[in-house]
Design a protein around this ligand. Sequence first.
Ligand code: 0X9
Ligand code: ZN
Length: 301
Amino acid sequence: RFDHTAYHDLDSMYNILETAASENSDLMTVSDLGSPTYENNQQKIVKISSGGDDTRPVVWIDCGIHAREWVSPAVCQYIMDQLTSLYGKDTRTTSLLDSHDFIFVPSVNPDGYRYTWNGDRIWRKNRVPYGFCYGTDCNRNFDSDFGGPGTSDSSCSDIYHGPSAFSEIETQNLRDEVNNLADRMKVFLTLHSYSQLWMTPYGYTHSLPANYDDQYAVAEAGVAALEAVHGTQFDFGNIADTIYLAAGGSSDWAYDTAGVQYAFALELRDTGYYGFLLPADQIIPCGEETWAGIMAAVEAI
Ligand code: 0X9
Ligand code: ZN
């Protein structure tokens, strides 16, 4: 069953998900997202739905595109637990889940995540060898100004964009699933750490998207609800101005190409004291505030 008192390695997380799905078979299904990765791991896709025959608006939440950002998959697990354990018991959870389908990819980068457990704790990219070095930054590999600012063409760089847009199995699988769901995807959320930011497009340019005011208002509502839980302060706004220019990111692609009108990249706790090494006793408070923010954002759209 779910356990938010510790981080879990890939096998343990996947075992937890399978157990949770079997205990909540009316609500939760786990399957493979697409083709296995270079190191033959699966990206799992978790669907939490109370019915509706695949017609309801979709809330997409992906986690762990960057391997070292351990709190991200942990918060994905926290949210899945909230949905499955409170459906039919808590009115807010019940109405959210009676009007939306929730889709999770709890580990977008399973090869990298595995390597953070058995090789290098602060590894970021996937593990495909390119020349003398390993790994593409999957969040530079989308077709959103591919190769633009904030990316590198050196495979030894932590922001290596890969040989071409969607060269990586991880981004291909994610692209195909988002495209399948695009016409009913209400919001795309991708969870990172750290910096405490709620970010809207764009990352590849300082220009603002056409519906920026609407996305900004939803981000503001999400942050207000998030901050109300534990007082954790988040900044919000477009990626390029809140963090830095970075092309090839998933949320820019989801907005521009898949046409999802609300596409957010969140940077969860903290602001650098622990950084990527956030202690496990912060998983629950981080999950609580993040989920409160996401609920409020979904309700605000
Ligand atoms: O650099 C990144 O990919 C993200 N920051 S992190 O420290 N977690 O690596 C920011 C992603 C912003 N999104 C886009 N550039 N689309
Ligand atoms: Zn990240």
